[in-house]
Write a protein that binds this ligand. Structure first.
Ligand code: BG6
Length: 484
């Protein structure tokens, strides 16, 4: 797909634009990665003119760009690329004005849509009516894109009437993270892991995304959403798919997404009478996170709520490779620390020759830490130095690959830098295809139906802990301990 010469940002004054999109576009601009002459047109309700929006963008960069990245000359040249057109999505004439502002579209248009769900349909309709969807236009869609399979299908249908699937780029910002892409390099760039990457070699897999933040001013959205739909439906299932998929034949959008969707469709549905046993929900109460006293969810929200801010799930992928291997997933807000990681627990050796000599073995563990640190750590057994008169002492030691150290000279980019550049250049590999999203929702809807049928209420947990104690029981029942 060819590059485009214009980028149109819907939601250009929103939180995402300030924190992520503008700093990311600046980062690409400063490194001369944006196509020369690419114009960026922002649109939202606020009544800015071009100068006003540039001042707004400057403020966002001052606040959210790491200080060592801000370069006055590059900033000014970047701001010159920006212009702005106010828009009320319910007014057709506003879309006509937007089209006039965009001018010549023969060089191709990429649209980035991050807008309130209530404005979604009207915006797509306006885009079509103004003729912005024709020719070489493509669209990037930010979540939330529906709240369940049915609404997600409706949204996908609305988009599909205007943009073919090949021009629809659904964003899951976890796929833009360098360490997430590294899962592919680790699995398919090394011959070491593949022979044991299956039910014969692996005992269980844990995926944790723990956060220390609470509601962060998103009370309305979050309370209607909850941890299952906010984090598991998208980011965690994408991580699971990358870990569990078969080797794709090529590094391209079709081959990779074909393999991911097979995994997502193989997720064993969790029936209503199993949700009590296979899932745990929690809601944070007050407590201390990293030494600071914080309020509970209900206090932050200022009303009682049954929304889960924590979820843990025991999942299974029903195919040959993963038969009988549990995937334990957990995510939550206001937990003990910020950490995203995947832990692969290998099986023990079939027979220990050290047992009679007092040596104890631990099965190997592979830890893929995605953030805040970036490393791959393989825990292996080693003999402690000594003459072994009292028996052989063995200890678990890490083989450590710190990506930060190994690639110290390379700047870590914001996930959106990668995704925006791929959108502009037309590479859909790191975007989520419709069939993937729908398989994700189908599995999630099954869990939510079970919670509803059982009238499941989240269990309280203290802020700063690792969630409700039943999350510990979820794995301990299988003799497995969460990696902490
Ligand atoms: C978003 C969720 O998709 O991901 C947020 O809506 C969450 O609730 C965020 O905080 C986490 O992203 P990251 O990149 O900080 O791990």
């Amino acid at each position: 797909m060819p590059k485009v010469s214009k980028l149109l940002l819907f939601g250009a004054t929103g939180d995402l634009a300030q924190r992520m999109l503008l700093p990311s576009l600046y980062g690409l601009h400063a490194d001369k990665l944006l196509p020369e002459g690419l114009e960026i047109v922002g649109t939202a309700r606020s009544a800015y003119d071009d100068a006003g929006y540039r001042a707004f963008a400057q403020k966002a960069l001052d606040e959210f760009l790491p200080k060592d990245r801000a370069d006055c000359e590059a900033c000014n040249a970047f701001l010159d690329r920006l212009c702005y057109q106010p828009l009320d999505a319910s007014k057709t004439k506003d879309f006509t004005a937007l089209k006039d502002k965009l001018g010549d579209l023969s060089g191709g248009l990429a649209i980035f849509l991050s807008t309130a769900p209530s404005l979604f349909a009207a915006t797509i309709k306006g885009i079509e009516a103004a003729g912005l969807s024709g020719g070489r236009a493509r669209i990037g869609l930010e979540k939330p894109l529906g709240v369940d399979l049915k609404s997600s299908r409706e949204i996908n249908d609305i988009v599909a009437r205007v943009f073919p699937e090949g021009c629809t780029f659904r964003i899951d910002h976890y796929l833009g993270k360098e360490t997430v892409q590294n899962i592919l390099a680790l699995r398919f760039g090394n011959s070491l892991f593949e022979p044991v990457w299956n039910a014969q070699g692996i005992d269980n897999i844990q995926i944790t995304i723990s956060e220390t933040v609470g509601l962060e001013g998103r009370a309305g959205f979050y309370d209607d959403t909850g941890a299952l739909r906010d984090m598991v439906q998208n980011h965690m299932l994408q991580l699971l798919a990358l870990i569990a998929m078969e080797p794709p034949a090529r590094f391209d959008a079709t081959a990779i997404r074909d393999e991911k969707v097979k995994v997502l469709r193989s997720l064993r549905p969790i029936a209503p009478d199993e949700t009590q046993q296979l899932t745990v929900t929690g809601q944070y109460g007050h407590g201390a996170v990293k030494g600071a006293i914080v309020r509970g969810y209900g206090e932050e929200l200022d009303k009682p709520s049954n929304t889960e801010t924590f979820v843990a799930i025991k999942a299974h992928v029903d195919n040959w490779r993963w038969r009988g291997v549990p995937f334990y997933l957990r995510t939550g807000k206001r937990l003990a620390e910020r950490r995203s990681e995947i832990v692969i627990q290998f099986k023990p050796v079939p027979h220990s020759i050290f047992a009679e000599r007092g040596g104890q073995l631990h099965p190997n563990t592979l830890v893929i830490r995605l953030q805040p640190e970036e490393y791959v750590r393989l825990l292996v057994m080693a003999k402690q130095p000594g003459l072994d008169r009292d028996g052989i002492r063995l200890r678990e030691v890490p083989l450590n690959l710190s990506l930060e150290t190994e690639f110290a000279a390379t700047r870590r980019r914001i996930a959106y830098e990668r995704l925006l550049l791929d959108l502009i250049e037309g590479d859909p590999t790191l975007f989520v295809r419709r069939d993937e999203v729908e398989a994700q929702w189908e599995w999630i809807d099954g869990i939510r139906a079970g919670w509803k049928a059982n009238d499941t209420k989240p269990k309280p947990y203290s802020s700063g802990s690792w969630g409700p104690s039943s999350a510990v029981a979820l794995t301990e029942r299988d003799g497995v301990t969460w990696h902490e």
